[in-house]
Write a protein that binds this ligand. Structure first.
Ligand code: NAI
Length: 333
């Protein structure tokens, strides 16, 4: 029995890092079948939309997708495909596993943090209006239902992955009702998980902790806006975009993707670092229950990162995207 997954290569460096990822993830011997579909600007001429219905349908059918980055025009043109996917598939959790990797420049050691960001509400619900000519109002929505759902996801993840502590991040000292509800809802969920420590921190204090004592933090659960900012902060702690994997999880399925964009300046030149997307593939393997295969890929990545001759230019080496992937495949044999 094979498991079918949807692969959206994306544009810019997307096709290169996707090809590298497909090669490495297939070499893990997980029984996957790839259904490759296009999304983004190239689809507009053909289908009149960057996210055609048949793409959504394959993801709904397969329940799992992995995608490369897609260029979003600034200020004009189509809406972000990522935002549309999140909304259409109700992907309520944005999850990033961020840890220090060998030879990836970072000021820190021993950082190993999972950021769990609520993906559907908060100030990102997009409810804004002008109040007269000279004032604007943006409405922050927090519900018990969405807060409990993200809280439960964070605690279940902690239990599944053998993690010790979940930190609820908020600003409930100021936003007593909205952030207060987020905090109270997740504290309620925490009582169902007596084996996992639950604590909370105010978001500004958390940011200071992240730069001073990041090795002491474990799983963080945050509302949408703080989650957006803190997940980039933590990606920066472990070496930035080239190595940060991501996942968007919903009740009906999941879409895995690297955190970085389409890097048009280096597209088509075999220069892109494929690690972030390969690590997103590792998250996909774990999600599908292929833990052994996931570990095999992680060990391959760790091995290759220890050897300067396999590193891409962003990590100070001269290797190409495909050569790095081939070295990971070789080290997994
Ligand atoms: P970017 O992530 O594409 O690039 C930022 C910097 O990081 C550039 O210097 C780039 O060369 C470098 N970089 C990124 N990924 C790399 C990799 N794998 N290996 C080596 N270097 C890498 O961000 P930017 O420039 O803000 O966005 C470019 C386009 O990507 C925009 O159209 C944006 O909307 C889109 N984007 C798409 C995302 C997605 O589809 N998930 C996420 C973020 C941005």
């Amino acid at each position: 029995m094979t498991t079918k997954v949807t692969l959206i290569p994306g544009d810019g460096i997307g096709p290169e890092v996707s090809a590298a990822t497909q090669k490495v993830i297939s070499a893990s011997q997980a029984p996957l079948e790839w259904e490759i579909v296009e999304a983004g600007e190239a689809c507009i001429a053909k289908y009149g939309t960057p996210l055609p219905d048949h793409v959504l349908e394959t993801i709904r059918r397969n329940k799992v997708a992995i995608k490369g980055p897609i260029t979003t025009p600034v200020g004009k043109g189509f809406r972000s495909v990522n935002v549309a996917l999140r909304q259409q598939l109700q992907l309520f959790a944005n999850v990033r596993h961020l840890r220090n990797l060998p030879n990836v420049p970072s000021r820190y050691q021993d950082v190993d943090i999972v950021v769990v960001r609520e993906n559907t509400e908060d100030l990102y619900a997009g409810i804004e209006h002008m109040v007269g000519k000279d004032a604007a109002e943006s409405i922050k929505i927090i519900t018990r239902e969405a807060s409990e759902r993200i809280g439960r996801y964070a605690f279940e993840l902690a239990r599944r992955e053998g993690r010790k502590r979940v930190t609820i991040v908020h600003k409930a000292n100021i936003m007593k009702l909205s952030d207060g509800l987020f905090l109270e809802s997740i504290r309620g969920v925490a009582r169902e998980f007596p084996g996992i420590e639950c604590e909370d921190r105010i978001v500004d204090a958390l940011c200071m902790n992240l730069v001073q004592i990041p090795e002491q933090l474990d799983v963080l659960v945050l509302p949408n806006l703080y989650g957006d900012i803190v997940s980039d902060l933590v990606a920066g702690l472990v070496g930035g975009l080239g190595v940060a994997p991501g996942a968007n999880i919903g009740a009906m399925g999941a879409v895995f993707e690297a955190v970085h964009g389409s890097a048009p300046q280096i597209a088509g030149r075999n220069l892109a670092n494929p690690i972030a997307m390969i690590l997103s593939g590792v998250e996909m393997l774990k999600y599908l229950g292929f833990d052994q295969e996931a570990r095999r890929v992680e060990q391959g990545i760790d091995h290759v990162l220890r050897h300067k001759e396999y590193l891409t230019p962003d990590l100070g080496g001269n290797s190409g995207t495909q050569e790095m992937a081939a070295a990971i495949v070789e080290s997994m044999k």
